[in-house]
Design a protein around this ligand. Structure first.
Ligand SMILES: Nc1nc2c(c(=O)[nH]1)N[C@H]1C(S)=C(S)[C@@H](COP(=O)(O)O)O[C@H]1N2
Ligand SMILES: [Mo]
Length: 264
């Protein structure tokens, strides 16, 4: 192909971004953060050098972070159904949602004290509606309408997941992000690990609603993870603790022999 001028590249980038915006239905609900992410989707492999100049990305960022920013398909809301409640590990009896708090711990270096959040702290974040397919590794899937907040918005609003203690800025300060996120149920019986790129993916949500209703206990009330770029095993229900770390976290099903990434 002909080399592009910076000007051409900029126009092309705008065009692609606009198209990505229209195609990515869920992204219609996206705010500025989502827009930034959609721009970043145009930075995947196969683009001209001018593109990269326009975007101001270095190879490392483009490769490690933004390649995984592809969007999972979204569906019209009337396609949504209630999936079976599947898997109750970590959903032990005697749990009181009224006294639930989300604990967020930094890396295990004893520096950042743990912080706690209420459900209202999550509800205060920009609400995202997302209709995506929940795919279980056992072979079934269901389209579900989720309501919740983006993980990246949670991290940005409360300045979480970085070495500096500042709000994450994946495009400009990638090295400031810790490499992994671990989540576990309050009783620690179920736990998942995510690489940071997936944690900050625009479709990775902390969900408190399912098909227009508050999350039911068997589906993970008060708060669960949904990340349609991964199989259901990663969609931990009833999150109790989130920990940011540079060590790849343990993962319940990975320990049983499933792929740690469980990506789709
Ligand atoms: N705490 C907890 N979360 C969990 C599980 C589990 O056993 N315990 N199972 C996972 C699996 S295998 C799937 S497919 C989804 C199913 O979500 P659902 O019950 O809302 O359909 O939850 C995931 N999250
Ligand atoms: Mo599953």
């Amino acid at each position: 192909m002909e080399p592009m001028s910076d000007r051409d590249a900029e126009l092309e980038m705008r065009r692609r971004s606009r198209r990505a915006f229209l195609v990515g239905g869920g992204a219609l609900l996206a705010g500025a953060a989502g827009w930034r992410w959609l721009l970043s989707t145009a930075s995947e492999d196969g683009l001209h050098a001018p593109f990269r100049r326009v975007l101001g990305l270095n190879e490392k960022i483009a490769g490690e972070y933004f390649n995984s920013s592809h969007l999972a398909p979204v569906f019209p809301p009337d396609r949504a159904r209630m999936p079976r409640a599947n898997g109750d590990i970590g959903l032990s009896d005697g749990f009181d949602p009224a006294t639930w708090q989300l604990t967020v711990a930094g890396p295990d270096n004893g520096q950042a004290p743990a912080r706690t959040f209420t459900l209202d702290d999550i509800r205060r974040l920009p609400r995202v509606d997302m209709v995506t397919e929940l795919k279980c590794i056992e072979g079934w899937s269901e389209v579900v309408h989720w309501g919740g907040a983006r993980m990246i918005d949670f991290m940005t609003m409360y300045a979480l997941g970085t070495r500096s203690g500042q709000a994450p800025d994946p495009q400009h300060r990638q090295d400031d992000l810790l490499r992994y996120v671990a989540m576990e149920t309050p009783d620690k019986a179920y736990f998942v690990g995510l690489e940071m790129a997936s944690a900050i993916h625009p479709q990775t949500l902390l969900c408190y609603e399912m098909n227009g209703k508050p999350l039911a206990p068997e589906h993970g009330a008060p708060l669960r993870l949904v990340t349609p770029v991964k199989y259901g095993i990663k969609h931990i229900k009833r999150i109790g603790t989130i920990r940011f770390s540079d060590q790849r976290p343990d993962d319940y099903w990975a320990k049983e022999g499933y792929d740690w990434y469980a990506g789709l």
